[in-house]
Design a binder for this molecule. Structure first.
Ligand code: AHM
Ligand code: MG
Length: 354
């Protein structure tokens, strides 16, 4: 074999996480190992998602999850893989998942650790049967309650500013893991022939100007005047000198977010008059993606407040979610402030109710 054909510089995710850890001389390696276990879970999930049809694993179980949605078999599989990968390592004190109403306790015969792991095991799972991209989202906090015991709700319900790390995996035309520990955003592509995530997108910055706006147009009749005005602005309806943004919406949050992160743009999942908090969940969908966006130079808001500053009230709490290039999201906040004063006040009341 020609030695010239060897790759110039290969960095595995393990090596990269270890290098990041060296920034913290006091680090014990527990976070590094936890991230590595998440990467390993992602490989197992990717193995199943890529052969979903072949393995006859497609289709729904008879289970209904806490949100009343039919669980897909792969949801259940992904949920269990992540839990079992982390329930005995002494690194995690409690877990929480989209698929479970309550916190997931570390089994009594294992010792709880120092970190809190919150995850959406397989987001966008209604896309599985049509072979569109789906994703896993994860968020990691430190335990803040005293003692070495099990984590509690207080450990799970922390603001995004307290995140230690967050990321996502997108199972698409290839499998990519994107994560941050607060020193930029780094993306890795799974090389299935060697079974390793290799650094493919170092130090991702959201490009400017943004290219896309992403919203479900099917709900247009539910939109507030502010959202209508903003979408018309994205389309440059009244701005002859502005280049319109192109519209893209898969309906799979990780995939929509990932595309906009790499190409620039804004993703919107607003509330409606009937449902002012929208659909997306703060702790395991919105906070981690807001953290990644901020680390890549972007910004995320619920229309009123920086997402990272919100104090979650409950595990499955929903908030409106607007994320992308900072200028695009700030423009949205401004438009909502001008056009949606009453709707914002109603939303604020719901959001801030204890
Ligand atoms: P899920 O957690 O049940 O998979 O639902 C979340 C998904 C997101 O991936 C996506 O952004 C959103 O639902 C799409 O919702 P809608 O079909 O209402 O536009
Ligand atoms: Mg989800």
């Amino acid at each position: 074999m020609d030695p010239e054909a060897a790759p110039q510089r290969l960095q595995t995710i393990e090596r990269h996480i270890l290098d990041q850890q060296e920034r913290f001389p006091e680090a014990t390696g527990r976070l590094t190992s936890l991230l590595y276990d998440i990467a390993l879970s992602a490989k197992l999930i990717a193995r199943e998602t890529t052969r979903a049809g072949l393995a006859n694993i497609l289709g729904a179980t008879t289970g209904i999850n806490v949100h009343g949605e039919i669980q897909q078999k792969l949801d259940v599989y992904a949920d269990e893989v992540i839990f079992r990968m982390n329930d005995h390592t002494r690194r995690v004190c409690v877990m929480a998942s989209e698929e479970h109403d309550e916190l997931r306790r570390i089994p009594d015969h294992h010792q709880p650790g120092y970190y809190v792991l919150i995850y959406d095991p397989l987001d966008g799972s209604s896309n599985i049967d049509v072979n569109a991209s789906i994703g896993t989202i994860f968020a990691i906090h430190r335990k803040i309650t005293p003692g070495n015991g099990h984590g509690t709700e207080a450990d799970v319900l922390q603001p995004g500013t307290a995140l230690v790390a967050a990321g996502y995996v997108v199972y698409g035309s290839s499998t990519m893991l994107v994560y941050s520990t607060g020193a930029g955003v780094h993306g890795f592509t799974l090389d299935t022939s060697v079974g390793e995530f290799l650094l493919s997108h170092p130090d991702i910055r959201i490009p400017s100007p943004g290219k896309y706006y992403s919203i479900n147009h099917g709900y247009e009749r539910e939109w507030t005047p502010g959202i209508r005005t903003y979408v018309r602005w994205c389309q440059a309806q009244n701005e002859p000198d502005m280049q319109p943004l192109a519209q893209r919406y898969i309906g799979s949050l990780v995939a929509d977010f990932h595309r906009n992160l790499l190409r620039g743009g804004v993703f919107l999942y607003p509330g409606s008059a009937a449902n002012p908090t929208g659909k997306l969940r703060l702790t395991y969908e919105v906070q981690p993606l807001a953290y990644i966006a901020a680390q890549a130079g972007g910004y995320a808001s619920d229309g009123l407040t920086d997402i990272l500053d919100l104090q979650p009230k409950s595990l499955h709490q929903c908030v409106p979610f607007f994320v992308g290039n900072r200028d695009l999201v700030e423009q949205l906040e401004q438009t909502l402030a001008e056009h949606d004063r009453d709707a914002l006040a109603r939303y604020r009341t719901v959001r801030d109710a204890v």
